[in-house]
Design a protein around this ligand. Structure first.
Ligand code: F0G
Length: 458
């Protein structure tokens, strides 16, 4: 069969409100052309993020009813711990309310001024939590990743030569840990190979530095290893996941992605002494170590979700539908980060709208056009999100890239929804020369993409 069907049927539906183009025109104007300021009910297909937006299975909902809400020693915690230990292999499992809480605890325990933490590419919250301790967050993406349009099996890899050089230059005592993010979200959702993880592990351990994995999309990464790396075609996703984590000393996880849950995360490590310190910090802001800021029912949902996410039919559908979207728009000429990633398609907005200068925000132009055309919400990852001021002149500087991310929630949209998205993008592509640039009318100094207000240029 040629058609890749969704490996589930639908038991409970959430109606979509189908707005008209005129309604959307008024709504986006009222939101000052920032899709973060729209109400979700005014969005038809919401591709803002794949985080916490997935649909749970019947088994997970059954788990919700089984949630044990005991403050200490809840059964749900032990089921959660067993799932995490079985897949990730780490002895100490510390639940947190989401990924960034795990990051805050980890980095505030290990890092301080004068330290540097390398990563293939830090996600924004990872970077912010490292910088908050006074340490430096250093991105070391592999050289292939800088050519957005180039194909490559593992463009998410960390640059091993640069990693080795950084450790030698800075001194191992100033590198409290190294992180590898799988898949590399900020780098286009591209995977990291087992060989690259092994290389990073060897370098770290030679220098006595712990290696951590930012595991948000670990199952998607395992899928790519099985399909693209020699020697893994006959290994199960569970085996591949176990091998990936066996190379590391710990991990942080946002269960809002490959935990198939709407909230939750964890921090895991084999270092018992460190785990003790981390649990002490956990109690300060998250909660007792057997719930860590989550309800017992959330722990149940994650325990089940972590197993479902490794099911072959699910992963075929998941990566298949992201690839389907990417292929169909790329075939029509739309410039995207190649090859399609696991959780999202990234459109190169600078190449899509070459007539709009970076500081006139081609990414905003595209997010507004997609909303107007079809009620699709995407997100700019460009000069609004990562633009900065020149430290000497104070002049605004563009970001390295102007991307628009279409992140696909898990098990939420069907192929006809994706076909609708393809049609909308192609419609905007046909009229791309008409898209205006934008100027900022009001914005805070930090994290401005969330609340900035814009106006179209004449
Ligand atoms: N690490 C990566 C690679 C992420 O993509 C995210 C979240 C986090 C850590 C933080 O996890 O949100 O549970 O605190 N990414 C979301 C996104 C928000 O839209 O890509 P969190």
């Amino acid at each position: 069969m040629k058609t890749l069907i969704e490996p589930f049927r639908i038991k409970s539906v959430e109606p979509l409100r189908l707005t008209t183009r005129d309604e959307r025109e008024a709504l986006i104007r009222a939101a000052d052309y920032n899709v973060f300021l729209l109400r979700a009910r005014d969005v038809i297909i919401d591709l803002l993020t794949d985080s916490g937006t997935g649909a749970m299975s019947a088994a997970q909902w059954a788990g919700i009813m089984r949630g044990d809400e005991s403050y200490a020693g809840s059964d749900s915690f032990y089921r959660f711990e067993e799932s995490v230990r079985d897949i990730f292999g780490f002895r100490n499992v510390i639940p947190t309310h989401q990924g960034r809480a795990a990051e805050r605890i980890l980095f505030s325990t290990l890092c301080g001024p004068g330290d540097v933490v390398p990563n293939n590419t830090h996600f924004d919250t990872t970077r912010a939590n490292i910088e908050h301790t006074g340490a430096e967050a250093l991105d070391l993406p592999c050289p292939e990743s800088s050519d957005l349009a180039a194909q490559g099996p593992f463009k998410g890899n960390i640059d091993l030569e640069a990693l080795e050089a950084t450790i030698r230059e800075r001194g191992a005592e100033h590198v409290p840990l190294v992180v590898v993010t799988i898949t590399n979200n900020s780098g286009g959702g591209q995977p990291v190979s087992m060989a690259n993880l092994r290389g990073a592990s060897e370098i770290c351990h030679e220098h006595g530095i712990p290696l951590y994995i930012d595991a948000c999309r670990f199952a998607e990464n395992a899928y790519f290893i099985r399909k693209r790396e020699e020697g893994y075609a006959h290994r199960s996703y569970l085996e591949i996941a176990r091998e990936m984590f066996s190379l590391a000393d710990g991990c942080t996880m946002s269960a809002k992605k490959d935990g198939l849950a709407n909230i939750g995360g964890f921090l895991a490590t084999n270092d018992d002494e460190l785990a003790r310190e981390e649990r002490d910090l956990l109690i300060l802001t998250e909660g007792f170590p057997t719930y860590g800021g989550l309800a017992g029912r959330d722990l149940e949902a994650i325990a089940i979700g972590l197993r479902e996410v490794l099911e072959p039919d699910y992963l075929e559908y998941r990566i298949g539908s992201t690839g389907y979207l990417g292929r169909h728009i790329a075939e029509a000429g739309v410039p995207i980060v190649q090859p399609p990633g696991g959780h999202a398609i990234y459109i190169d907005a600078a190449a899509f709208c070459p007539h709009i200068a970076p500081l006139e925000f081609p990414g905003i132009a595209l997010t507004v056009a997609l909303y107007r055309a079809a009620g699709i919400r995407s997100v700019e990852i460009g000069s609004v999100m990562f633009g900065h001021r020149d430290p000497d002149t104070g002049e605004p500087q563009p970001a390295r890239q102007e991307l628009v991310r279409l992140a696909i929630p898990r098990r939420v949209y069907t192929q006809s929804h994706i076909d609708y998205v393809v049609e909308a993008i192609l419609d905007v592509w046909e009229r791309r020369e008409e898209l205006p640039g934008y100027r900022i009318t009001d914005a805070p100094e930090v994290l401005r993409h969330f609340s900035a207000r814009f106006a179209p240029l004449a």
